[in-house]
Design a protein around this ligand. Sequence first.
Ligand SMILES: Cc1ncc(COP(=O)(O)O)c(C=O)c1O
Length: 364
Amino acid sequence: MTYGDSFKWNDFVRSDLSRLKGFGASKSSGPLKDLKAIVKLDTNENPYGCSPRVRQALAEFSYLNLYPDPEQVELRKLLEVYTGIDSDHIVATAGGEQLIELILLLLLERGDRVINCVPTFDAFRLKSTMYGGTVVNVPRDANFAVNVKAVKAAIDDRTKIILLATPNNPTGTVTPREDIVELLDTGGPVLIDEAYCEFSGETAVSLVNQYENAMVLRTLSKWAALAGLRVGYGIFSPELASYLLKIKPIYGVGALTTIAVRESLADINYLMDNVKAIIAERERLFHELRKFKFLKPFPSQANFIFCHVLKGEAAELCQALRSKGILIGSFNIPLLENSIRITVGKPEHTDVLVKALREIGSHL
Ligand SMILES: Cc1ncc(COP(=O)(O)O)c(C=O)c1O
């Protein structure tokens, strides 16, 4: 640190954070009012929107002057009903993102190692580094399956946690239950990130009752279309839950969140019909994408489809779509070379996208 005439933040900011590369995946898409004219398929949001019951209840809520319940009693009870797991195993957070942060904050001492099954959700790298961890990347295979043997071989006495997204973002790959069990059998903490599990129909949540070291992350951003409200939760042993309740932001999850979760669960059939529509559309979109010779789509169990771009540049394709009012995600980093990720929209979004891809493809 330098005290003197010329103050520079760089002299005070943690040196590893001053060098940190920010989150790779999301960029601002501008003011929300401009979004109506855009086909937004870039950040895995739910195109159907939240339950109308949520909108109505939030409009009628009149206790914004009061702090939310710091013990989340009603919220955790609601999540107990949804998950079938007792509420003493559950902690709610401002999005799944905050749960990742709290777990890393709780577990990591500086220099502890975090095993990351790459390519995966970029927040795992970012947050692990933010909380003082050293990220150990274990590459997935060519079809993006986790290399369980390599993960086990990478464990050493500084390893604090294995991070595993299933379905994986951005590839849409599900990790089979037996592989998750094998990772849990190593005896170290394993975070099973199930942000997209409602679209795969597979969950490892029952393992929480068998394995003290199992942690499951969930979110209402995707299936319940509450991404803008920020609500996620974790399911784990009551001992870990009580540690996390202690270190979470005191009020953290906003008062409107409980209302939104309550109304979403009261309208679960409506929301699950939308999930079913997204799953059906995912299969149609996959079928359509396979027709383009310049794309190689990978089968997905989530609400998005990952594709290698075989001809031309992914970034240029992305830009060409953007100029037609269609937003998708693109990557060009090691293990995610020249590739794109397309969120599954409504049927009319698929139609617009396919038409645009045909036009762009005719010039390739
Ligand atoms: C794999 C994965 N985990 C967790 C999250 C966090 O979601 P949220 O913070 O919206 O709950 C995301 C969001 O895109 C994700 O892709």
